[in-house]
Design a protein around this ligand. Sequence first.
Ligand code: ZN
Length: 204
Amino acid sequence: MDPINKLTEYFKEFPGIGERQARRFVYFLLHKNPNYVSNLGKEILNIRNDIHQCPSCFLFFQSKENKLCEVCSNPKTDKSKLLIIEKDADYENIKKSKIYGGLYFILGGLVPIVTKDTPKYVRTKELLQKVEGEIKDNSLEEIILALSLNPQGEHTDMYLRELLAPLQRKYNFKIVSLGRGLSTGTELEYSDNETIKNALNNRA
Ligand SMILES: [Zn+2]
């Protein structure tokens, strides 16, 4: 395969990027000055060394070693609440709204509507561990499901309620969804501060 096609294939794996956009990226790099391209290459190599994933909530954050992130390790974090989100970009957005001060859990994806193999798409085992751990160590009282308001997000919401039901019966905590303050089709990643504030205030 020639280098242009090869690099195009890599870019095509990026979220939301198709063949044409991938090819535009390749030609963009060919037109950029060589310093830009070599710095970009270096940053791509560095990112795996400088950024680690929190072993408790799976958030990516800057650290030299594998320790807990700034949310999990911060004594000011409200550990009675746990917000479940699909991805890191959602965390950035909720953090910016400054209204939520509790714990997070990054699910890592949404559950496809037709699948028999859910753990392949979302962190089910890790979520159950996290919830049980937070109940025992920090008296968790409320789980907030904050998934996108599209069919797959709603399916995942239902799936998680079923998954958590046995723990809920055992420990009696609240499960709410962020949906009420959001309109259909909303993706958390693209929501503005006001929308997120409304959604958090009107959770049910
Ligand atoms: Zn964490």
